[in-house]
Design a protein around this ligand. Sequence first.
Ligand code: SF4
Ligand code: SF4
Ligand code: FES
Length: 360
Amino acid sequence: MAEETPLFKVTIDNETIEVPAGTTILQAARMIGKEVAPPAMCYYGKLENTGGNCRTCLVEVSKGSEADPRPMPKLVPSCRTTVMDGMVVGNKTSERTVEARKGIVELLLINHPLDCPVCDQAGECKLQDLSYEHGAEATRYEFDRRTFPKEDLGPNIQLNMNRCILCYRCVKTADQITGCREHGVMNRGDHAEISTHIHKSLDNEFIGNIIDVCPVGALTDKTFRFKNRVWFLKPVDAHRDCPTCSGKAQVWFRGNEVFRVTARKDEFNEVEDWICNTCRFDKKDINDWVLEKPSEISKDSVVRQGHYFENKVEPKETLPKVIKRDPKILLDIHSVSEVNEPNRDLSKIDGPATSKDFKD
Ligand code: SF4
Ligand code: SF4
Ligand code: FES
């Protein structure tokens, strides 16, 4: 009989959970919920052997385990550290973690351009969210940023290397789901860059998924580039009968026009089902899709601003009952205050109005 995996008790930001041995701190935090989960720019749960590159998921371990309660001297990457029984971890509740994350954001932004106003990722960019939540308001970096020419990786994908944070997610995705590795990280240190070795195109039928896993706007869909901003679009869960993939996708509409098609993502912004290039790049007609329902949009996303809600319940209007008059009257101050009566017309007063101008 197979041995049962023991359960370990771990406490993260004062929330305790029991998880199987071998679970990482990040996975345990995600099991507790989004509120305590550390940010992750390189770890990707749907892929193997990811994480350990960006350091955004650092946490403080203030008690190593029940058997050895000493704290860990350094902050640890939660995506690569497995839990021990009785471990106590500080994420948002740890001052050291919050301070370190500020430094990590500054480092990630050292070479990053101020492209947000023209970047297709704006509005759904994890680096934007990270900078907003943890970043400093200014950079101390005084040198020129690294710049690279834009590179077409095949007919449908464009690489803007200036925005890349070298998280390796696209490399692992191409490696693990397309079965043919045609691009990778070239060179070392400050010269490291994502590229195809001899500028070959990436044309595997599932290669479009590297756009979805990229946490920033380094890999963009050329059929959607500069066409619209994500917060003007309405994502809808839809499917089609596809011979290559599951055909389950998210179709982004403005009116009846399909602007882009992406894979559906879960609450941690990770792809649920990989989709093929045909579904992603070629099926841009409403009749290509069977629409299911408006996609769930996380509360903190700007895409939600133009979103419609299912089963929306309007709260009852209580103000008229309380003030016993039509609240619109409050908006029409002039008819109530009579300040625009001919003898008090403010435009006829010399100089700035004073309280005397309002006295009878
Ligand atoms: S990748 Fe994100 S942070 Fe960078 S320019 Fe685009 S939206 Fe802004
Ligand atoms: S292109 Fe995107 S996914 Fe690939 S390494 Fe750079 S940031 Fe990561
Ligand atoms: S998410 Fe853990 S190091 Fe990047």
